[in-house]
Write a new protein. Structure first.
Length: 291
């Protein structure tokens, strides 16, 4: 009987993991697109007038942040009174009860986890469809809690219209890249917000400052670094899980998507780079007009 050494098992596991995370042609395209998203978002973030292009997606990420506070509040038996977003990219979740040392970090960590899940789903068309259905449920709950906040209603209405439009373009291919963009945007916003609020400058009203007062063991900057590391881990995990879980080629994804929640007249709408760009620009301008 052959002897199995620990080194052989380690080498086998290492080779298997390396093969699992090695991207195929479709996944390489997805990674390149995600990289372009990161560069474009970073550039638009700091240009005063052009930053309005991604403004609705910033607000959406703030909505994820507040929604995460609310869901953790529900899980810890809190009563959620309201969720409010404001035009300055701020938000507040009003609740009573719950466990503060869980609800406070849930904002940053929850929105980064949501972003990581959306990045994973952005590697596959059918997974992106499922992701948007889950988002629709979250949107409905958020609207219930934010029923008196007009900005939240406009934001969710605009994003819902954008998702529906992209669902019909290219048999869901455009939807996959939209979900990927929202995921990248959410993760990047969390990383930047944690650095800006807790590490680069101390904001007394930030979640980290409130959390530091409750715990008393570390200053807010330390908690900011810890949350930043966790957010980076979520970001990387979203990419790795996408690489491992969705190995289908573009052709295989197209065939699968026609059997799972297909669009009426599936195949009639084909996507090209020019039509995709026009659709994205038109939708962005429409949402900006609403806001």
């Amino acid at each position: 009987m052959p002897t199995i050494h620990a080194d052989d098992v380690h080498d086998l596991i290492t080779r298997d993991f390396a093969s699992q995370v090695s991207p195929n042609a479709t996944q390489r395209t997805t990674l390149i697109v995600a990289g372009v998203y990161i560069i474009v978002i970073a550039i638009l973030w700091h240009i005063p007038f052009l930053s309005w292009i991604i403004y609705p997606f910033k607000l959406l990420t703030v909505g994820f942040h507040e929604m995460s506070h609310a869901f953790m509040g529900l899980l810890t038996c809190a009563r959620i009174h309201s969720i409010e977003l404001d035009p300055d990219e701020g938000g507040v979740t009003s609740m009573s009860g719950g466990i503060s040392w869980l609800t406070l970090p849930a904002g940053y960590l929850g929105s980064s986890f949501i972003g990581a899940c959306l990045i994973t789903c952005g590697f596959n068309t059918n997974a992106s469809k499922v992701a948007t259905i889950v988002l629709a449920v979250f949107f409905l709950l958020t609207l219930w809690w934010a029923r008196r906040n007009w900005l939240t209603w406009l934001l969710i209405a605009g994003m819902s219209g954008l998702i529906v439009l992209f669902w019909f373009v290219g048999d869901g291919v455009a939807l996959r890249y939209l979900v990927l963009f929202i995921g990248v945007m959410s993760c990047m916003y969390v990383l930047w917000d944690v650095i800006d609020d807790t590490i680069a400058r101390k904001v007394n009203s930030s979640d980290a400052s409130a959390f530091a007062k409750i715990c008393g063991c570390f200053p807010s900057q330390v908690w900011g670094v810890i949350w930043l590391i966790v957010a980076f881990i979520f970001f990387a995990a979203g990419i790795i899980v996408g690489l491992v879980a969705f190995k289908q080629s573009a052709e295989e994804q197209k065939a699968d998507s026609q059997d799972f929640l297909p669009t009426p007249g599936s195949g009639a709408l084909s996507i090209s780079p020019s039509s995709f760009a026009v659709s994205l620009t038109a939708c962005g301008l429409a949402i900006l007009g609403l806001l």
